[in-house]
Design a protein around this ligand. Structure first.
Ligand SMILES: Nc1ncnc2c1ncn2[C@@H]1O[C@H](COP(=O)(O)OP(=O)(O)OP(=O)(O)O)[C@@H](O)[C@H]1O
Ligand SMILES: [Mg+2]
Length: 311
């Protein structure tokens, strides 16, 4: 990405951000019309997204509010969030995968230890991190699996979200949002075990958008889009059966297969068949099911029963 013309007179941190993160950001034409976004998601990103998700997300962005995508695993939250942020800003979005020990040093900035010892905690030893970089570059940030982070981290984010600015106290500096490209999408899976509750203060600020499993028709479309030519290796009837089986497993199994699991199940089935240079049989379907759908020993029986009865 080209540096701004006035870079020389700008702050050294801004210069560093452009040097470090600029090359990672691919500029493109921003797309802000919901219908156009839906089209691009499908044609460019191979994502079939329910219109309400796009309309609500765009409404939140126009209102400069962050969005929370909540829903079961493998329903496209991360991929869809990243793609919408990229289309909206017209620049590659940043993705921050949360963990329990995430803090401001990991997302805003840190000091190079040796350099800080030698030269002090100053602009020279400061290393900008992705959230600060996104604010300066005016691009989107996906904060993935927010429930895995700790409460202090969430409170720190609230302050940034409310005021749309980032303070770096050690440098006595404040950086402000520069345009509407800087938007935030959080993702979360409330059903995941060992995940913390989000505070009321946090939930009050976000526009919460619930993700659900796609309908049969939508999921069939996703499978076709994702498998491409590989779909020809699987008899049409078998694809339909697989769609029905995941619906049974979403009711009965401990590990509920998401669309992501369905796609990998059928992709592996098709590749196994391709390796044998023929159409997939029930054997490949079962072999691939074992490898992609059983994430929990308790589910072995229910998965195999569902798939074998389809033969
Ligand atoms: N709506 C969709 N359109 C196209 N592909 C989809 C869709 N939903 C899920 N997928 C499939 O799932 C994958 C993306 O799942 P992703 O990791 O984004 O889901 P997630 O909801 O973030 O899951 P998790 O909760 O496990 O993080 C895609 O690579 C694709 O195979
Ligand atoms: Mg995800």
């Amino acid at each position: 990405m080209n540096n701004p013309k006035n870079l020389l007179v700008e702050d050294p941190i801004i210069r560093k951000v452009y040097e470090i993160y600029g090359p990672l950001i691919k500029p493109r034409q921003p797309v802000r019309n919901p219908e156009e976004i839906i089209k691009r998601l499908k044609n460019e990103y191979r994502l079939v997204v329910k219109p309400y998700i796009v309309y609500l997300t765009v409404a939140a962005f126009l209102n400069n509010r962050p969005v929370l995508y909540e829903g079961p695993p493998g329903t496209g939250k991360t991929e869809i969030g990243e793609a919408i942020l990229t289309l909206w800003a017209g620049k590659t979005a940043f993705v921050l995968p949360c963990s329990e020990n995430y803090d401001e040093y990991r997302v805003i900035g840190d000091f190079h230890p040796a350099m800080a010892m030698a030269k002090g905690f100053n602009e020279e030893s400061f290393i900008p991190r992705p959230l600060l970089a996104a604010l300066i570059l005016d691009t989107g940030v996906l904060i993935d699996e927010i429930r895995r982070s700790n409460e202090d981290f969430q409170n720190m984010l609230l302050d940034i979200i409310d005021k749309r600015r980032i303070i770096v106290p050690e440098l006595k500096k404040v950086y402000y949002q520069r345009g509407i490209g800087f938007q935030i999408i959080f993702t979360s899976n409330p059903l995941d075990i060992a995940q913390s509750d989000l505070s009321e203060a946090f939930l009050r600020r976000v526009i919460r958008i619930e993700f659900k499993y796609p309908s049969m028709e939508e999921e069939y479309e996703i499978v076709k889009l994702r498998l491409g030519n590989l779909i020809d290796r699987i008899p049409g009837k078998m694809v339909k059966t697989a769609l029905e089986i995941v619906r049974i497993l979403r009711k009965k199994a401990v590990y509920k297969p998401g669309t992501a699991d369905l796609v990998s199940w059928l992709t592996i089935t098709a590749i196994l068949a391709e390796q044998k240079n023929r159409e997939a049989t029930i054997n490949e379907l079962i072999e691939a099911a074992r490898a992609t759908l059983i994430k929990n020993p308790e589910d072995e029986e229910v998965v195999l029963e569902a798939v074998e009865s389809a033969g």
